[in-house]
Design a protein around this ligand. Structure first.
Ligand code: C2E
Ligand code: CA
Ligand code: CA
Ligand code: CA
Length: 278
């Protein structure tokens, strides 16, 4: 039996190979997707609880694969990161979001802010600040109407991130920490970061089931934001109880299926007033 590879290992290897083949395939497809306009953006409005107005929205990328159908950004963004495609991909998202926001604003006749998700490779590319400046110039979006969402883990190396954030601040745009509460940021650590907004992760919001419940983590994040004079957005609101709770706790903005799912820009411009008065 010498030299014979056990069945167990063979099937392990073939499944690894399979996974790798699929990944390479998806990577090639993603490259094509960029060239062939298969990617587009949807927008999810954020409601200002105190005024009842929609002043901002988050851009979320979508991929309609010609054969496989819808692929979640959670599945293809890691591939874009590993393959380096994140650079042209990130630029496409930024440009499209800014361009469409400027267009939307003309239709709804009031200023609206757009929040764009950044990934690690994009934020840490050498000429990131120049790219942002170019996009602002090209699309003519007022810089204060562009917000960039980064995650807590991207801020961990403060020596590295602080000058980048300062550079962004000089241009006049704002920065939000996404999925806040899932990392380990402390109050003392946050106070030195030039950021503008905390987004409470959906997992905490979804624990609110009754307005009389207590959700200490949500309360703590809201009070941290208030101390630091940051805006606070709660994500993933699906019920009226969650809305009531967050209103009572004086959260600034809420975002979630209860207000609106992410929708195409045409639908948002058509239904803007309706969503605002939901
Ligand atoms: P995220 O930035 O935390 O975005 C929020 C996600 O929650 C979105 O999923 C959104 O559709 C979903 N969501 C919003 N409201 C609700 C709700 O009430 N209930 C539930 N169950 N879900 C809700 P999506 O669009 O699938 O995006 C997943 C993740 O992919 C995003 O999480 C973000 O990390 C990443 N992503 C999306 N678009 C981009 C992009 O353009 N660039 C980068 N770098 N990442 C992106
Ligand atoms: Ca986000
Ligand atoms: Ca989030
Ligand atoms: Ca998330």
């Amino acid at each position: 039996e010498a030299g014979k590879v056990p069945e167990r290992i063979l099937s392990y290897e073939s499944s690894m190979l399979n996974a790798r083949t699929k990944r390479v395939e998806l990577e090639n497809d993603l490259y094509k997707a960029l060239e062939e306009d298969q990617l587009f953006l949807q927008y999810q409005p954020q409601l200002n609880i105190q005024t009842g107005e929609i002043n901002s929205m988050e851009a979320l990328v979508r991929w309609n694969h010609p054969i496989k159908g819808w692929i979640s950004p959670a599945d293809f963004i890691p591939i874009a990161e590993e393959s380096g495609l994140i650079i042209p991909f990130g630029r496409y998202v930024l440009e499209t979001a800014c361009k469409q926001t400027v267009e939307l604003q003309k239709v709804i006749n009031k200023p609206i802010k757009v929040a764009v998700n950044l990934s690690v490779g994009q934020l840490f590319q050498e000429n990131f600040i120049d790219i942002i400046k170019e996009v602002i110039q090209e699309t003519k979006i007022p810089p204060h109407q562009l917000e960039l969402e980064i995650t807590e883990s991207m801020t961990m190396n403060t020596n590295y991130i602080t000058p980048i954030l300062k550079g962004l601040k000089e241009i006049g745009l704002t920065v939000a920490i996404d999925d806040f509460g899932t990392g380990y940021s402390s109050l003392s650590y946050l106070k030195d970061l030039p950021i503008d907004c905390l987004k409470i992760d959906r997992s905490f919001v979804q624990k609110i089931s009754n307005k009389d419940d207590q959700e200490p983590l949500v309360d703590m994040i809201i009070s941290m934001a208030q101390h630091l004079k940051l805006d606070v957005v709660a994500e993933g609101i699906e019920t009226i109880e969650q809305l009531h709770y967050l209103n009572e706790k004086k959260c600034d903005f809420i975002q979630g299926y209860y207000i609106s799912k992410p929708i195409n820009i045409e639908d948002l411009s058509e239904r803007f007033n309706e969503i605002e008065q939901f």
